[in-house]
Write a protein that binds this ligand. Structure first.
Ligand SMILES: [Mg+2]
Length: 396
């Protein structure tokens, strides 16, 4: 890593904050989202809103989960950390003045973990910086692409439901499908899709549902290798980095393993790449970069740049963000290091109502436009209607 030059965060004029707010929203999903963790019909999310002395408003999203099932982060902990630690420190320690990204990192560093909360505050900061500099978020983060490829993530419980959603996604123009799998619901569903769409880019996401020490789990995963998958995402638990690498090597799996839950920062990526190299399978590693899981957008840029320098493909994953979070993820994906389609949208919007206009839409070639200016307009009326709680902090 010593030879690797970390990208330098963009500089800007000092931001003088006057108000910091945390807003809890409740959004109704268009369709339930089902993974090995369970079913969701509606979900709460958190927004961090920063106001500057000169009237700029920056908003970032902490796309919290209702329960600590994806990782240890969840809504009430995220809210608590924002309210009790991160926001008061900006207000009191920095006196509301943020001169550079390092100022923000100095606040994050003493708070262990809680990367989702940090991501919301950091995203609001970048939203402000982009406005102050009058540049698009994508170019602020080093992205040049005018459009990015979008994949579709299918989380459904029955084969019929998966096939129906796959058909709708293909009709809409998606070129890549991802299917949530778990023991007993893996080969059958992936094989059915592969038979129906022999040429589609297809990948599986196990969300840690398999045990590397259960022979039937290993046998089930091995049979997926015949289905010409783009990747198999996170079969084992998040702290089983070594087991993932060993599984890839010992069974000579030609399908790359993609790490999602295991990757919490650049250091995890560095260790994963070293491990895959030690097992001599380094060309079969892929990294899923989710800004909230790695603590923010700049850490995502660092990870992507590191992956690019080591020829490891990566892509931007999603967490059921609102349109605001999705636009930010699309802006991030414009960086040339992201070379696989991201989870940016569905054939239908995720939510019955959203907080930003317009929402990202898929073009017939399976891509979505990267905003070249502002990332859309906040729909304040809807935002207020969906708000279930709000906490304001004034900078003294
Ligand atoms: Mg995943």
């Amino acid at each position: 890593m010593s030879l690797f030059q970390l990208p330098q965060a963009p500089t800007h004029e000092p931001l003088q904050l006057t108000w910091l707010s945390v807003i809890q929203l409740r959004l109704k999903l268009q369709k339930p989202f089902i993974t090995s963790f369970g079913r969701q019909d509606e979900r709460d999310t958190l927004l961090v809103m920063l106001r500057t002395q000169d009237g700029l408003v920056g908003i970032g999203e902490t796309p919290s989960m209702a329960a600590p099932m994806y990782d240890e982060n969840y809504l009430w902990a995220d809210l608590d950390v924002l309210q009790r630690f991160l926001i008061p420190t900006v207000s009191e320690q920095l006196k509301g003045v943020i001169c550079c990204f390092d100022d923000l990192e100095s606040i994050f560093k003493p708070v262990k973990g809680h990367r989702f909360s940090k991501c919301g505050l950091e995203a609001a900061y970048w939203h402000l910086v982009a406005q102050q500099k009058n540049v698009a978020l994508a170019s602020l983060w080093g992205g040049r692409a005018e459009s990015v490829q979008a994949g579709f993530s299918i989380g459904a419980k029955t084969l019929d439901d998966v096939l129906e959603r796959a058909e709708r996604a293909i009709q809409a123009g998606f070129k890549r499908l991802k299917v949530k799998i778990w023991p007993g619901f893996d080969r059958i569903v992936l094989e059915a899709i592969r038979n129906q769409y022999p040429n589609i880019m297809l990948q599986a996401d196990a969300n840690t549902a398999y045990d590397p020490f259960l022979s039937e789990h290993i046998a089930a995963l091995k049979t997926l290798d015949e289905l010409d998958l783009l990747l198999i995402e996170q079969p084992f638990a998040e702290n089983r980095l070594l087991d993932h690498a060993r599984f890839q090597a010992e069974h000579n799996l030609k399908t790359p393993i993609c790490l999602d839950e295991s990757i919490r920062d650049l250091n995890d990526v560095r260790q994963a790449i070293d491990l895959w190299r030690l097992f001599e399978v380094s060309e079969r590693l892929v990294i899923n970069v989710k800004p909230p899981r790695v603590g923010g957008y700049w850490e995502s840029v660092r990870i992507a740049t590191y992956c690019q320098a080591h020829q490891v493909p990566c892509w931007v994953g999603g967490m059921l963000e609102t349109g605001l979070g999705k636009w930010m993820n699309i802006s991030l994906a414009a960086h040339s290091a992201f070379n696989l389609p991201g989870d940016h949208l569905q054939p239908q919007p995720y939510y019955q109502q959203d907080i930003i206009n317009p929402l990202p839409t898929l073009r017939t070639d399976g891509t979505v436009i990267v905003p070249s200016g502002e990332i859309g307009e906040i729909d304040w009326e809807t935002l207020e209607r969906l708000q279930v709680a709000r906490f304001d902090f004034q900078v003294n």
